[in-house]
Design a protein around this ligand. Structure first.
Ligand SMILES: Cc1ncc(COP(=O)(O)O)c(C=O)c1O
Length: 362
């Protein structure tokens, strides 16, 4: 088998490592950022009803129309995909970038997809000391493909829409991964309706907010010629009829009210977790967390992660993300009682680690 160049790098990063590998059954799962344990009842009912129609081939037109309406777009400005993950593969396979730039730390699949398609990737690594702020001047003028997350996984930082707009140029494709944007109340920095930004592709996912990670459903928004190019790289019937039914249902007005209420709750829960973490002496948070997860820096996080596992909690290791290292962990935001229990367990583990380190030093 041909190796995927760069997918496991010499620095110990593993671009294809994701939180699901850490969430073993029986552990409290704070490693994966899927908010719901299962899809809401009304959504499960929609999916169940669709099962009786599975003999038909899928027709994306109604879902495409509903998603377009939700974002003030036309149907040909929407391309439904098998999750956001497929969108990155389409970008990598359909485009021929001469200079692809990925802004890190971020979700690693875009870079993995580019490498797997044979492209070279230039990394721009944001600095925790600046709160992971993106200075547009750092993006090389020669970049003809730029990929950035907003809000970014794992930093949880939300970049201003104006900063992202300023990255667009004629001849450049700008991919903004908004997989977690629906967890931000009011989506103030979204670019979903930005028709005036040349080369813009916005990636959205329905898997996080709706508890649909197993279904594989997401979409791209962008100019019709660019989407048509990407669509040609898709197989026939790439999105199942169940996934299409979910896309349609989750874009309805009722679903949008529900998602906004949920986003407000997530923001409150994030604040609660941050206040708890502020009381843990060994922990630092850089930047402003706006997504449904928090990135922390704490000495010996690689050991702490294992100690937390022994105490029944799975968290996401940080060292597989470019730009981070063994002192980083990502924690999913849950309701306050879960955060209380996490903070107490983390404090206990961090104190035990400090004692162990002191005893081991000569
Ligand atoms: C930032 C980000 N984008 C995209 C994805 C992929 O989402 P999907 O499940 O829709 O493929 C993930 C999954 O973890 C993610 O963290």
């Amino acid at each position: 088998m041909t190796a995927l160049r760069g997918v496991a790098t010499s620095t110990g990063e593993h671009l294809r490592h994701h939180g699901d590998r850490e969430a073993s059954p029986g552990l409290l799962d704070l490693a994966v950022n899927v908010r719901l344990a299962r899809p809401p009842r009304w959504l499960r009912a929609t999916l169940s009803a669709e099962i009786t129609l599975l003999a038909r081939y899928p027709d994306p037109a109604p879902a495409r129309m509903t998603v377009a309406r939700r974002h003030d777009r036309a149907a040909d400005e929407v391309l439904l995909t098998a999750g956001a993950a497929e969108a990155f593969v389409l970008v990598a396979r359909a485009l021929q970038p001469a200079h692809a730039v990925v802004v890190h730390p971020q979700f690693t699949e875009p870079e993995a997809a580019l490498l797997a398609a044979g492209h070279r990737v230039d990394r721009i690594v944001l600095d925790p000391a600046d709160g992971f702020v993106l200075d547009p001047a750092r993006i090389p003028a020669t970049a003809d493909l730029v990929i950035v997350g907003n809000p970014t996984n794992p930093t949880s930082v939300l970049h201003p829409a104006a900063v992202l707009r300023s990255l667009a140029r004629p001849g450049r494709v700008l991919v903004v991964d908004e997989a977690f944007m629906d967890a931000v109340p009011g989506e103030p920095e979204t670019l979903t309706a930005a028709r005036d930004v040349p080369g813009l592709l916005v990636v959205r996912s329905l898997t996080k907010t709706w508890g649909l990670a197993g279904l594989r459903v997401g979409y791209l928004l962008g100019a019709p010629p660019l989407l048509a190019l990407l669509q040609r790289a898709q197989p026939l019937w790439p999105v199942s009829s169940l996934a299409l039914a979910a896309a349609q249902a989750c874009s309805s007005g009722r679903a949008q009210s529900e998602v906004q209420a949920r986003a407000r709750r997530i923001a409150a829960d994030t604040g609660y977790l941050l206040r708890g973490l502020a009381a843990v002496e060994q922990v630092r948070v850089h930047g402003v967390a706006r997504g449904p997860f928090v990135l922390i820096e704490t000495p010996g996080a690689d050991q702490l992660r294992l100690m937390l596992r022994d105490r029944g909690i799975a968290v996401r290791r940080g060292d597989t993300f470019p730009g981070l290292g063994p002192d980083w962990l990502r924690i999913a935001v849950k309701e306050p009682a879960v955060s209380d229990s996490f903070v107490a367990t983390l404090t206990d583990a961090a104190n035990a680690l400090a004692v162990r380190t002191r005893e081991a030093s000569p």
